[in-house]
Design a protein. Structure first.
Length: 290
């Protein structure tokens, strides 16, 4: 085993690819070859030499771009949950490193790596792949719904989701970092940049504002989002607001995990439905009083 200086790691990986004759094992959780044509050419040349290439990458809904990079080379990616290991080896030598095959890692990062070239070391690397990777392969990619949520812009996802469940067209557009939603009422959705809490609010009239406390006291425990509160003075137009107690991983909706996007979709739909129930109840009682 020999330590590789950080500035030589990329060139050693390329040497390993170019020197492969029988097989090539690539284990990189994340892959991005943008502006890195050299490595794509070298891998394709290895395929032309009939080198058997096994390319392992991370199984994660949000990691679909890595799979697409690998497939574009003509290789079927082997997907593994929670993959964090990075190693590269052929029948002659191997590299264990901190480096993913990312353009950013190639250009900017200070990485660690070491070369293994004895037969006993290569046997251990092959054993690692067999024991920990091959035994944990995912048989299928995520379902179409999860891939759609991972790939599509969130404003489009939200518009389609609400339109489907509310059975009417719902428009969503960005305005200064806030999602403005028109669903027979105006709604506003955002994630703050500090605590990363999600909030959704809807406009209520002065009359609805005055009736709000009575309605939610009467229906306590009936609604999933019963912790809605009002921002605004009594008798005036105001906002009914729901602020989550849970922090999300990003203030950018597009960067959220698929699971987090599903949470926000459900919260948004429930909020809109419950606010509509409140408004319907207000005017039903108002008509009954005349």
């Amino acid at each position: 085993m020999k330590i590789i200086p950080p500035y030589q790691i990329t060139s050693e990986i390329l040497n390993l690819i170019n020197e492969s004759e029988k097989y090539l094992i690539i284990v990189s959780p994340y892959v991005n070859f943008k502006n890195w044509d050299r490595i794509k050419i070298d891998i394709k040349n290895a395929l032309k030499r009939n080198v058997q290439i096994n390319f392992y990458t991370r199984f994660d809904n949000e990691n679909f771009k890595s799979w697409e990079e690998i497939e574009a080379l003509g290789i079927k990616p082997k997907l593994i949950k929670n993959l964090h290991a990075k190693l590269y080896f052929n029948e002659k030598s191997g590299i264990v490193t901190s480096m993913n095959l990312l353009t950013s890692s190639n250009l900017n990062a200070i990485e660690f790596g070491s070369i293994y070239n004895t037969e006993s070391e290569l046997t251990e690397l092959r054993g690692f792949v067999k024991k920990y990777l091959e035994s944990n392969l995912e048989k299928e990619k995520p379902n179409d719904e999860d891939l759609y949520l991972a790939k599509e812009k969130f404003d489009i996802v939200l518009s389609n989701f609400l339109s489907h469940h509310l059975e009417r067209y719902v428009s969503c557009r960005w305005n200064n970092g806030v999602l403005n939603v028109n669903a027979n009422n105006q709604y506003f959705m955002s994630i703050d940049k500090v605590k990363k809490l999600f909030s959704v609010s809807g406009i209520i009239s002065g009359y609805e504002n005055d009736s709000f406390g009575i309605f939610y006291s009467k229906n306590k425990g009936k609604f999933k989002t019963s912790d809605i509160f009002v921002q605004g003075e009594k008798g005036c137009m105001a906002s009914a607001v729901l602020l989550t107690k849970k922090s999300f991983t990003s203030s950018n909706f597009d960067f959220l995990s698929v699971f987090e996007k599903k949470e926000i979709l459900d919260i948004s739909l429930n909020f809109i439905r419950e606010l509509k129930s409140f408004k319907d109840d207000c005017y039903k009682n108002r008509k009954a009083s005349f």
